[in-house]
Design a protein around this ligand. Structure first.
Ligand code: URP
Ligand code: ZN
Ligand code: ZN
Length: 453
């Protein structure tokens, strides 16, 4: 197929021109390309052509306490593609008593034959001993080059300081990257207990139990541990001004720290916890939504390069039937929010409003995450030889975001009523058109597992 008359945008520049795709790859980019015999032509008439979005933080088909996330690989990746994301990197986990390999095998089964876009995994590590050490090397051989640790939830998935440090040393040994969820688990557990004793049904206790400094302290500790282990580290879902400052300072000193934030921390704030009738449960996630000042600081961190990537932390639970479980006890509300489908349109709209260029947005949404996690330039770049994952975006299509028209398998969107002007019109996944003029046309889920470098 020949896609004609687009503004082809990459993180490092743009050109007006045409792009030919064949056998799943971009085979030619140029000006005024001539159609080959019987070649299908799509004239995009001045629309942007962007590299498919790369969302490196999702939780699909994941157990969480008493619940299972509402999106499986079928609905989750369809929603991703409809929103312009053509690669997801999901967190694979293992249960107590299982090996990492058990967890990875389980995640492969969840995704195989169901994913509508290419995918890979970060493997969660929830402890450290000799057998885990050996497994990390074996998991790496299977194309998983990033792992994840939590500095909270020590009663389950979380790790202690000694385990964290040993995992980081092992990352150094293997040349792999650790993603870290940074909150001080001990402090937030104490605060949760104290607040629960006062009024367990008050959702405002959720953000109160996780103040900014629980994140800042953990980010700072993790960065220092990474320095002591002499290894890069990736901080997930940065939500506070204080944590952004710590990361900025570490980068300024030359430490290799990568950081990610999410649209919810740039666009929503803690006033959502004031909503009546349990509505605020929709916004219970960790870390929680913060203040206007935090939002502003995070935008500045995005602008000055302190933040490298904007991912979603998509972790969807039904409002009716799952979030409900915590009506009498805020600690039982499953933590997480949907967002896999809305990331690109929201970030293009609000990013442009902030003055970010399309190139910078492409860097944040596709190129840099692909590069950090070893799948660039097959993903995250429009160039000859790269995968034909493309998004055609119109900038003059005002519309309102609504759960009614989204494909995420969940009964709400945190962005209900948000007005955006950028619209994802067409999406190609591996050279095959999945979205055409706003509608879904892909027949089969042919997403492939990506081995990362
Ligand atoms: O509340 C959240 N973010 N749930 C998903 C798991 C995590 O901590 O990233
Ligand atoms: Zn997290
Ligand atoms: Zn997460």
């Amino acid at each position: 197929m020949l896609i004609k008359n687009g503004i082809i945008v990459n993180a490092d520049g743009r050109m007006s021109g045409d792009l030919r795709i064949k056998d799943g790859k971009i085979v030619k980019i140029g000006e005024a390309l001539k159609a080959e015999e019987a070649e299908e032509i799509l004239d995009v008439n001045g629309a942007y052509i962007l590299p498919g979005g790369v969302d490196v933080h999702t939780h699909i088909d994941m157990p969480a306490g008493e619940c299972m996330t509402s999106d499986d690989y079928s609905s989750g990746t369809k929603a991703a593609v409809m929103g312009g994301t053509t690669t997801v990197m999901d967190f694979a986990e293992y249960d107590e008593g299982e090996t990492l390999q058990d967890g990875l095998d389980c995640w492969h089964k969840k995704a195989a034959g169901k994913a509508y876009c290419d995918y890979s995994f970060h493997m969660t590590v929830s402890g450290f001993d000799e057998s885990i050490k050996e497994e990390l090397a074996r998991i790496k051989e299977q194309g998983i080059t990033s792992f994840k640790a939590y500095t909270a939830y020590q009663d389950g998935i979380g790790v202690n300081d000694d385990q964290l440090f040993l995992i980081l040393q092992q990352m150094k040994e293997l040349g792999t990257l650790l993603c870290v969820h940074c909150e001080n688990g001990d402090v937030l557990r104490c605060l949760q207990q104290q607040l629960k004793e006062r009024d367990a049904s008050d959702i405002k206790n959720h953000p109160k139990s996780r103040p900014n400094l629980t994140e800042k302290e953990a980010v700072s500790r993790v960065i220092d541990f990474a320095a002591m282990a002499d290894v890069p580290v990736y901080i997930v879902h940065v939500s506070t001004k204080e944590a952004a400052e710590v990361i900025r300072e570490a980068k300024r000193k030359g430490q290799k720290v990568y950081a990610e934030t999410c649209p919810q921390y740039l666009l929503l704030d803690e006033s959502r916890y004031e909503l009546p009738d349990f509505e605020s449960a929709k916004y219970v996630l960790s870390p929680p939504l913060r203040t206007e000042a935090d939002k502003e600081a995070l935008w500045e961190a995005v602008e000055d390069g302190t933040i490298d990537a904007v991912s979603t932390d998509h972790c969807s639970f039904w409002f009716h039937g799952q979030k409900d479980l915590g009506r009498e006890d805020f600690t039982r509300i499953p933590n997480g929010m949907p967002g896999i489908e809305t990331r690109m349109e929201l970030m293009l709209h609000y990013g442009r409003k902030r003055g970010l260029t399309m190139e910078k947005l492409t860097e944040l949404l596709s190129a840099k995450p692909a590069e950090i996690f070893g799948i660039y330039p097959e993903k995250g770049k429009l160039q000859e030889g790269s995968d034909a994952d493309l998004v055609i975006v119109r900038e003059d299509r005002p519309h309102k975001i609504s759960a009614e028209t989204l494909n995420e398998e969940v009964d709400y969107t945190p962005y209900e009523g948000f007005e955006v002007t950028y619209q994802i019109q067409d999406v190609f996944v591996g050279g095959i058109q999945a979205k055409k003029e706003g509608g879904w046309i892909l027949k089969k889920p042919e997403g492939r597992f990506l081995t990362c470098r």
